[in-house]
Design a protein around this ligand. Structure first.
Ligand SMILES: Cc1ncc(COP(=O)(O)O)c(C=O)c1O
Length: 487
């Protein structure tokens, strides 16, 4: 759905950052927090490494620089510009990452006991948000694509089937793009959900750049989602922890949303993080198309070169239409090495750090911060690893584990399971018990267990098989041997 264009002239403004610089340069004497007093009290080692200037803009809530809790000055204006750039009714700066935004979205859209349809490729912050809100999730899973050897995102048919099975749900929670840049075709999904009188919440942690280049998949706001949260820090110019939450006003109670954000966020937000949001928005709105165009060209060129290396494959738009092409998912299994091994070699032998590995792939994120020489290093390192690998014998699995088994039935909602008494049990002895944790594995990045579900022997087997492959498991203790269960 086309949105009104924003005025690019106005988008050059950075009201929050300007006010911070003006205050720092005013040389006022500070008798307020932070205690380091513009860096004069900071550790010398710290100041020597980063330089003195950064501390002069590490400010606190003051009239000159406004309040995140009750914005009425430069933060309000910076958020207004962000809303214009992203095509939202309102935008909010977040200093506790997308996790905080996910919590605020669920707290705003759901009351305790409300049913929420949740695509199961959700981040663990969705489960913690469900715990906080007391909502009752009904999960549905995306399909596994045998040619990509990955779980793709949810389809319109998946959503239709889930809604038909749970007609009482008034909220739909989606995650798109997924970690691998595979996006849902959001337009028709949001349209259908709205026809069913549902509110659509979108975790777009990996998509704060989508709106600014036509060769990227449609952004959630353009598709009409009601609340969208993005990790500005993951993909564009935000500093770590800096995210944004955007609202379309039609179905959202904005007062309640603002109240929830005040409730969930610190009263001492980092101005440096917020300034990075002000500047990242300006950068995207004024030169995002050019910067992203370069990143896309670099990624496409690297993808082509990687696909010429014997033993490596890297899928593209021709394999999955709704792909964020700046993500390179490099399949390495034909080398006789696992993704973990290749990632380790890249890091320790070639000083190239990937975003993530799974048993079959190495995932690389290309962004506006990359240069051709960085990509050359990646491709050269991959070439060398591929050449060397002819001497290796395979010690990784030949078959992809595919989608996780169907989860056990739910006996408690996440909040009840979380608040109940817990006890850790050896994973292998936990069949039939009620899980009190969220357990996730990449791939497929789909939660295997969530609090309140009965643990099945099939899921235990699946987890053990993936552990043997060296998969990254989130949510188990003691070297993946213990699981937290409801007593
Ligand atoms: C899909 C998804 N959603 C949410 C988050 C949480 O984001 P943040 O680290 O900004 O809190 C992540 C982090 O990896 C993620 O991958």
């Amino acid at each position: 759905m086309p949105l009104p264009p924003f005025s690019t002239d106005e988008q050059y403004k950075t009201p929050l950052f300007d006010a911070m610089v003006a205050l720092a340069e005013s040389r006022k004497v500070s008798f307020h927090t932070p205690g380091h007093k513009s860096g004069k009290g900071i550790s010398t080692r710290f100041r020597k490494f980063v330089g003195p200037k950064i501390f002069s803009i590490d400010l606190t809530t003051l009239d000159e620089v406004d309040s995140l809790q009750k914005p009425k000055g430069v933060i309000k204006e910076a958020q207004r510009l962000a809303a214009l750039a992203y095509g939202a009714s309102r935008s909010y700066f977040l200093i506790n990452g997308t996790s905080g935004g996910v919590h605020a979205m669920l707290a705003t859209a759901c009351r305790p006991g409300d049913t929420v349809l949740v695509a199961r490729n959700a981040h663990k912050s969705v489960v913690t948000g469900l715990i906080l809100s007391g909502a009752s999730p009904v999960y549905f899973s995306p399909a596994f694509d045998p040619s990509l050897q990955l779980a793709v995102n949810v389809s319109l048919d998946d959503v239709k089937a889930a809604i038909a099975e749970t007609p009482e749900a008034r909220t739909l929670f989606l995650t798109s793009p997924n970690y691998y840049g595979l996006c849902a075709d959001l337009g028709p999904i949001v349209e259908y959900a709205h026809e069913q009188n549902m509110t659509v919440l979108l975790d777009e942690a990996h998509g704060p750049h989508l709106r600014f280049h036509h060769r990227l998949p449609e952004s959630g706001l353009d598709a009409g989602a009601d609340l969208v949260v993005q990790s500005t820090h993951k993909i564009i110019g935000g500093m770590t922890q800096a995210s944004m939450l955007h609202a379309n006003a039609d179905r959202i109670d904005l007062d309640r949303l603002a109240q929830n954000l005040r409730f969930l966020q610190t009263t001492s937000p980092s101005y440096i993080l917020m300034a990075s949001l002000d500047l990242a928005r300006m950068q995207m709105a004024t030169e995002g198309k050019k910067l992203l165009g370069t990143a896309i060209r670099l990624a496409e060129d690297a993808r082509e070169r990687i696909n010429h290396i014997p033993g490596l494959q890297c899928f593209g738009r021709q394999d999955h239409h709704h792909l964020d092409v700046t993500k390179l998912t490099i399949r390495v299994r034909d080398l006789g090495l696992s993704g973990f091994q290749v990632s380790q070699k890249l890091n320790t032998e070639y000083l190239v750090q990937a975003e993530m590995a799974d048993p079959f792939h190495v995932l690389v994120i290309i962004s506006i911060g990359d240069r051709k020489q960085d990509l050359d290093r990646l491709v050269d390192a991959l070439k060398r690893i591929a050449e060397d690998s002819t001497q290796h014998t395979s010690d990784h699995p030949v078959t992809n584990p595919g989608l996780p088994p169907v989860p056990g039935h739910r006996v408690l909602i996440p909040r009840e399971a979380f608040l109940a008494d817990h006890r850790p049990l050896p994973l292998r002895e936990s069949a039939g018990k009620t899980c009190a944790e969220v357990v996730t594995i990449y791939p497929p990045g789909i939660a295997l267990l969530v609090p309140g579900e009965v643990i099945t022997s099939e899921t235990i087997e699946y987890i053990c098989r993936l552990t043997d492959f060296g998969a990254t498991i989130d949510g188990l203790d003691e070297g993946n041997a213990l699981i937290r269960t409801v007593r």
